[in-house]
Design a protein around this ligand. Structure first.
Ligand code: N01
Length: 486
């Protein structure tokens, strides 16, 4: 037993999960907190991803905090700037920013004498009983290794580092990659550019989805009756999280067959030219890569300004991209829609846990965390959307809320003196990881494609059961079996 105490909490990151943490920490009576945010503005992924067409492929009424439903969403799938505005509005409403220190990049976290000691790049030193890492998953851009990339004489931009001041009007643009970022960018710019060449290494299945606007009458009804918003949230959650999540974790499920049939019909019905259709046809199962949802991609790629390039890229030259057939695709702007380094999480922060164990050492093979929240050797350090969590087409807001409820119960142990520190045990983590790895083999993500979901062994880095199972497992920490509370 320890002494009951008030806790001081440090949150790292002021994105969606950091904002959630501040609001919920105050609500549960832990107002002694500071958020360290390296940028000068909140918003995380929505602050950083500002490429043309950026949008969320989770329906907006699901991609909302449960405590802050938003009657003003303009579309079923809202654009990125609207989500950024929503996050800012919620933060203002809850006065979140009074606890945020912007422009402060955390560089070091050390566990000493039962507390976390923090240092920032500017030299700030702070300490706390608990650290909540809300540092995001898709955060560090992945740059391709292609000969000559630095020689390009035009403008090179990663989609997550978009230059807002750049006009693409009349320019010759190349896009490398066919993930969600590329597939949203191309149809958005195709009208204004002189040309857009899409360099496809691997074809994508594309799930069709209508994106209707909410009418003024609908929005007025949502404003008048918050119950309607709640019902809508529950309905979409049921349909989207449960329906979809049940399908992807069982490669042989009826739900998966329906998704595959919808993607196949979309390709067959939407692409007129049989030769182009074949070049757009993937040779793996739909849903194996993270499913791309787009109502506009096939129209975009068939636009007279667009060209699908399926020859391998040989190198980049000052004038453009040279493909293996010897052709130089002359370009003014090269867009790298090449995704993210998904194994980073809190890193490059140097995290030093019990007995000098560093996170780099603990994760030398690969990142790992029990229920995606806690890692052995790092007590009172809790992650939101940490390793191997539910990432596939779910609302990560919903995931973070479930995780915060779990973490708040761990913090209760510290507050009421049942423990001085809390951490998952090594054996529970190993057992969980073994069970998770076996189950991951049944998911559609393991059916034979390359994707950012896969770790170095080819095992999907994801929660391999359905979302309801995640909710159930996180409803109450199992202290006897899983957690070391000293
Ligand atoms: O990145 P990706 P993304 N030469 O990793 C290609 C979320 N997101 O930014 O498939 C040539 O999916 C690579 O090719 P291949 C969402 O979770 C959400 O698009 O490996 N090509 C691939 O095509 C998403 O899944 C929204 O053969 C190279 C592409 O680059 C995640 O972010 C919107 C290459 C990378 O695709 C990442 O999506 C946008 C090379 N050397 C993003 N290197 C929403 O709607 C890489 N590629 C919420």
């Amino acid at each position: 037993m320890s002494t009951p105490r008030d806790l001081r909490v440090i949150v790292i990151g002021a994105g969606m999960a950091g904002i959630l943490s501040v609001i919920r920490l105050r609500e549960i009576g832990l107002p002694d907190l500071t958020v360290y945010e390296k940028a000068d503005r909140l918003g995380g992924t929505w602050r950083e991803n500002r490429y043309p067409g950026v949008a969320c492929d989770v329906p907006s009424h699901l991609y909302s905090y449960t405590f802050a439903p938003n009657p003003e969403w303009t579309h079923r799938f809202s654009p990125g700037p609207e989500i950024q505005e929503y996050l800012e509005t919620v933060a203002t409403e809850y006065d979140v920013e009074r606890d945020v220190r912007y422009g402060e990049e955390v560089t070091e976290l050390s566990w000493m004498e039962g507390r976390w000691h923090l240092r920032t790049a500017s030299g700030i030193i702070d300490e706390a009983d608990v650290v909540i890492a809300a540092t995001g998953v898709l955060h560090h851009p992945s740059y391709p290794v292609i000969d000559g990339l630095d020689d390009f004489a035009g403008i090179t931009m990663h989609t997550a580092r978009w230059d807002d001041g750049l006009s693409l009007a009349g320019r010759r643009v190349g896009i490398i990659g066919t993930g969600s970022s590329a597939i949203q960018t191309l149809p958005t710019i195709v009208d204004e550019v002189a040309s857009v060449s899409l360099f496809q290494r691997t074809a994508q299945w594309v799930m069709p989805a209508d994106n209707p606007a909410y009418t003024e009458d609908e929005k007025a009804a949502f404003r008048d009756d918050p119950g309607l918003l709640h019902t809508l949230h529950e309905e979409i959650s049921e349909l989207f999280s449960n329906g979809f999540s049940n399908a992807v974790v069982d490669a042989d499920s009826e739900g998966m067959r329906m998704i595959e049939a919808a993607c196949l019909a979309n390709l067959e019905d939407s692409v007129a030219d049989p030769e182009l259709r074949e070049r757009l046809r993937p040779d793996y199962r739909a849903g194996c890569k993270r499913l791309v949802i787009s109502p506009t991609f096939y129209d975009g790629i068939q636009h007279p300004n667009a060209e699908l390039v399926t020859e391998d890229i040989e190198r980049i030259e000052p004038g453009g991209v040279r493909t293996a057939d010897g052709r130089l695709h002359e370009l003014d702007v090269l867009v790298l829609a090449t995704g993210f380094r998904v194994d980073r999480f809190l890193r490059p922060i140097e995290v030093i846990g019990v007995d000098g164990l560093t996170l780099d050492e603990a994760w030398a093979k690969r990142p790992n965390a029990y229920l995606s929240i806690s890692t052995p050797g790092f007590p009172n350090l809790f992650m939101l959307n940490g390793p191997n969590g539910p990432v596939g087409n779910f609302s990560l807001i919903e995931v973070a809320e479930v995780q915060f409820n779990y973490i708040s119960q761990l913090m209760d142990l510290l507050r009421d003196g049942r423990a001085g520190s809390v951490c998952v045990t090594g054996s529970a983590t190993e057992e969980f990881e073994e069970e998770r790895t076996i189950q991951a083999g049944n998911t559609v993500w393991a059916t034979g494609c390359n994707s950012w979901y896969l770790d170095d062994r080819g095992v999907p880095m994801a929660w391999p059961w359905n979302f309801q199972e995640y909710r159930d497992r996180l409803a109450r920490p199992d202290l006897a079996l899983d957690l070391l509370a000293d």
